[in-house]
Design a protein around this ligand. Structure first.
Ligand code: PMP
Length: 456
């Protein structure tokens, strides 16, 4: 495609539409480390401050409306302020928001999860996906008496020390098939880095590496739909299940995103594979903060009471937290999860919309010879400026990819679609075919304009 001489300054065009947001941004810079969830990675320019969110739409303080694909990074499968969640929260909060004393709503939520999650005999609640994966790894270490954790290069499990090793932000090191563990950030102790064995998705080398390290590995944790390598991994997951079982290594599915989204029973139901433990967050909070670990009685033994308080004190783990399992979150989460259980057509709707958006965008990209794809499974996807299937997760990494995604996000926002920075976009039950039309049109226009502006 031909370049025009007049290039748009898309950031400036956005800034021009955000006078009130710009004023708040200046104040934010003086008191906040970052006004956006993705923190310092998004240069604080053209940041829209949101005033209200309803259904599939968000409106910023300057009155600009967007079709939201952020959906709070995934939790809002029913959309913003869905009456089911709002009514549950309103009703619950008049009864007290947190007790730190036993209450039935927590039991009801746990019953719902045990009924729907294949690996779940027992559930423990906390307040974020980060806490959930941290606890799951510790439970595995206590259960097996081994210290090391296997995790995947590019796999995201939150921001505790073990999770921030060879995750999404570090530069991969070592051979593709035998990566070396590297800390994502400064501040991660080398002693922790040494406890993490980094594996790669979809490769027989991974299975061999697990066999080689079986005497040290407590668990292998994997996102069954990897955030940054969203390809079908059913056969690999099956092999992983078999090898971990054979080696006495616990298998943890991180279902913080896929739980209740890929299917009602999550990736476990979708793939028909049952891990020993699984971690949850996002959707199960019904829009309020949550995390949870679910697992078999055998895997969760380090938390299960012996019936003897003295022995429990000596042997059992603490997963306590002031706000863990609070009645407000439990009520909201239960209302949303029950709604999903009772309305299975929601999954056809969100998956169908995502399929249509991907299909039409891919046809357009092909026709216009633009190397571009929305890579994803189920109802979520992430843009990548590549053509053809990625050969390795490393094809989808690197600063250049992140920067191109950022630029596309700016164009999309200018055209009224809010795709999150550095994250997958999500559809919800309240996104309509008209929203899909708008998303498809915005992607097409953005790609053409990026081409005109000499960016692609
Ligand atoms: N695991 C996965 C797979 C996630 O996607 C996330 C969050 N995006 C987390 C863990 C961490 O969850 P939280 O942000 O609630 O700490």
């Amino acid at each position: 495609m031909e370049e025009t001489t007049e290039k748009r300054d898309i950031e400036q065009l956005i800034v021009d539409r955000l006078p009130k947001s710009e004023e708040i941004l200046e104040r934010a810079k003086k008191v906040l480390l970052s006004p956006t969830v993705t923190g310092p990675f998004r240069a604080p320019r053209g940041v829209a401050f949101i005033e209200e969110a309803k259904g599939a739409k968000i409106v910023d303080v300057d009155g600009n409306e967007y079709v939201d694909l952020t959906m709070a990074y995934g939790p809002l499968i029913l959309g913003h302020s869905h009456p089911v969640a709002v009514e549950a929260i309103q009703k619950a909060c008049t009864n007290g928001t947190v007790y730190d004393i036993a209450h039935e709503p927590e039991v009801l939520m746990a019953e719902l999860m045990v009924d729907s999650i294949p690996c779940a005999d027992r559930v423990t609640f906390n307040n974020s996906g980060t806490e959930a994966t941290m606890h799951a790894m510790r439970i595995a270490r206590a259960r097996t008496g081994k210290d090391k954790i296997g995790k995947f290069e590019g796999g995201y499990h939150g921001v505790h020390d073990y999770a921030l090793i060879s995750s999404v932000l570090s530069n991969p090191e070592g051979p593709v098939e035998d990566p070396v563990s590297v800390p994502d950030n400064k501040g991660i102790p080398q002693a922790v880095v040494d406890q993490v064995i980094t594996l790669i998705f979809n490769a027989p080398e991974t299975l061999e590496k697990i066999r080689r390290h079986k005497d040290e590995l407590a668990a292998v944790i994997i996102e069954p739909v990897p955030s940054m390598y969203m390809v079908e991994m059913g056969d690999f997951l099956k092999d992983l299940r078999e090898v971990t079982k054979e080696c006495g290594v616990l298998l943890i599915f991180d279902e913080v995103i896929s739980g209740f989204r890929l299917a009602y029973g999550g990736a476990q139901e979708y793939y028909g594979i049952t891990p020993d433990m699984a971690t949850y967050g996002k959707i199960i909070g019904g829009g309020l903060p949550i995390g949870a670990v679910a697992g078999s009685v055998d895997a969760m033994d380090p938390l299960i009471t012996t019936g003897d308080p003295v022995q429990d004190l000596a042997d059992k783990l603490l997963t306590i937290g002031t706000f863990s399992g609070n009645p407000l979150t439990m009520a909201s989460g239960r209302a949303v999860v029950e709604h999903l259980r009772d309305n299975p057509q929601i999954y056809d709707h969100i998956n169908g919309l995502a399929d249509r958006i991907k299909r039409e965008v891919h046809e357009f990209a092909e026709e216009n010879e633009i190397a571009f794809q929305l890579i994803g499974l189920g109802s979520w996807f992430i843009p990548h400026f590549i053509s053809g299937a990625p050969k390795s997760p490393r094809d989808l990494r690197g600063l250049e990819t992140l920067l191109m995604q950022e630029i596309l996000c700016n164009y999309l926002r200018y055209h009224g679609v809010y795709l999150p920075d550095l994250h997958t976009g999500f559809l919800s039950a309240v996104h309509t075919e008209e929203d899909a039309d708008k998303i498809i049109a915005a992607v097409k226009t953005s790609l053409l304009e990026m081409s005109e502006d000499g960016i692609i």
